[in-house]
Structures are given as C-alpha cells and as structure tokens.
Design a protein around this ligand. Structure first.
Ligand SMILES: [Zn+2]
Length: 272
C-alpha cells in the first residue's frame, strides 16, 4: 500500500511513471502536470499523436488505469510553483509514501525538495544531460543531503554542464532552445535507472544503501567530459554542514526564512 506522488509527465517522467506504477505495492498515484501534449512532444513521448491537445496529466491518468485499473489515480493540473496550488500540494505530500521528481528546471527542483523535506518524505530525481550523453539518478531521504547539497557538490566535482535535461520533461521549454535535445533511447535509459532506484528505495526504505547518493551513467564518449561510454560513476554526497537550505537547526524555519536561504543558495550556485 504505497501512495506515489510525481511531478512531471514529460518524455522522461512518463516512462518512469509507467514502470514504477506496474509495481503492485503502488496503490495510489498523484500526478502534478499542467502542460498540454504538443506535436513536438510526439517524437520522444509514449503518448500517441491522437492525444495532441489534451492535458498530459489526463492522458497519463488513462494510461495508468488501462494498465492498473485497481490504482487510485489523482491528477493535479497545476504548476508546482503556483502560490495558489501550495495548500493542496502540501496536503497531498503530507499523505504520500514517496515522490518522483521529473521536472527539468532548477527552481522547481528546489521547490520540490523543500516540499518533500518539510513532510519528511523520500524521493528520487532523474536528469538526462544535454545531448543525451548520459544522465543522473539521485535519491533523497529525510536527514540526508538536500537537492542544494547535491547540486552544489556536483557543480564543484563533476565536469558536466548544468542545468541539464532540456528534454526530460518539457521539450520545447525555454531551456531547450540553447541545448541539444536528448534521444528517446537516452531518455529511456536514464528513466529505467530512475525507476529501478525508486522501487529499491520503496522496498528498502531507511535501510536503502546502494553505495551512492547520485549515480551518473554515461552513454557517449565525450572528449574532456566522459572518457568512456556506458560507464557508471557512483557519487557519494554528504549533507553539507554549511548548506543554507538544510543546515541542522533550520528544520523549523519559517517559509520566509527558507525562501531567503533558497535565494542565497541559488545566487551562490550561479557564482560558482
Ligand atoms: Zn542541503
């Protein structure tokens, strides 16, 4: 009996949701996705051409019910960041078992991280790198490193361009114009790893210790970036004692304080 909450049903989010939802332990799903299915989505998405013009969340709901009619599926056609959506989002996160983040923009990832940590929920994140040269899977649990800790660590230690994943959940979005789209094979490879890690985290809970907090999998050899294709890097990221977002003693911070901390952290990341 598990309640999964996912944000994003784009080209990367949908295969993750499809695979995770096949697990019989998943009995309830809440999907947050405001976008409509567009013609340019078809090349990399699971949905059919006939779904163009419909809300991705509604098409996803039917997709899930066609395969798991026993699952209770709720869709929220709201933007994760929309102020008016926050009370309903807080309520649904409060009752969930675990979360999946499949959005491609950094502010939304920070917002999701804060939401999940506020309610003490585990969650996972997948990121396909620009051009589909590889991707990341990250997992988060209460008390562990936050997304800010991880993003800051990776910025310092991994020579990979960030932000990533122009095409992971929102092809055609503002980032996509300046980055190279990933192929559907790259998207689905990382999505499969993301789904696998998510189900392992669901199964093992607080005992989950795969030996990494962030898994990087390369798909292409790229001079001065990746020496080899098909290589895994198991990155252990510790909670940073100086992280402005999750530092100990700040757990009861007000939302205003968290907003200030987030602004400071984003400014710091931009400076590095
Ligand atoms: Zn942190």
């Amino acid at each position: 009996m598990a309640h999964l909450i996912q944000v994003g049903a784009g080209s990367g989010g949908m295969p993750v949701l499809d695979m995770v939802s096949r697990d019989p332990r998943i009995t309830q799903i809440t999907l947050i996705e405001p976008d409509l299915y567009k013609p340019h989505n078809v090349e990399r998405h699971l949905f059919a051409i006939s779904a163009i013009g419909e809300a991705k969340a509604e098409v996803a709901r039917q997709w899930l019910l066609d395969r798991r009619p026993d699952v209770h599926v709720q869709v929220m056609l709201c933007d994760l960041m929309a102020p008016e959506a926050q009370p309903a989002l807080e309520e649904v996160v409060r009752t969930c078992t675990l979360g999946i983040c499949a959005v491609d923009n950094e502010p939304a990832k920070y917002h999701w991280d804060a939401l999940m940590r506020r309610h003490g929920k585990p969650w996972t994140l997948g990121e396909v790198l620009s051009g589909g040269i590889g991707g990341f899977v990250h997992w988060f649990v209460p008390g562990g490193p936050c997304y800010g800790c991880v993003a800051s660590h990776l910025q310092r230690s991994v020579t990979v361009e960030k932000p990533v994943a122009p095409d992971y959940s929102n092809p055609g979005g503002p980032v996509a114009e300046t980055t190279v789209p990933a192929s559907i094979t790259a998207i689905h490879t990382i999505a499969s790893l993301h789904a696998h890690v998510t189900l392992q985290l669901l199964e093992q809970g607080s005992a989950y210790q795969p030996g990494f907090t962030s898994l990087l999998f390369t798909l292409h050899r790229v001079p001065e970036v990746f020496e080899e294709a098909y290589r895994t890097y198991r990155l252990r990221v510790n909670r940073s004692p100086t992280c402005l977002i999750c530092q100990p003693g700040k757990a009861a911070a007000s939302s205003e304080e968290l907003d200030v901390a987030l602004d400071q952290a984003l400014a710091r990341l931009a400076d590095e």
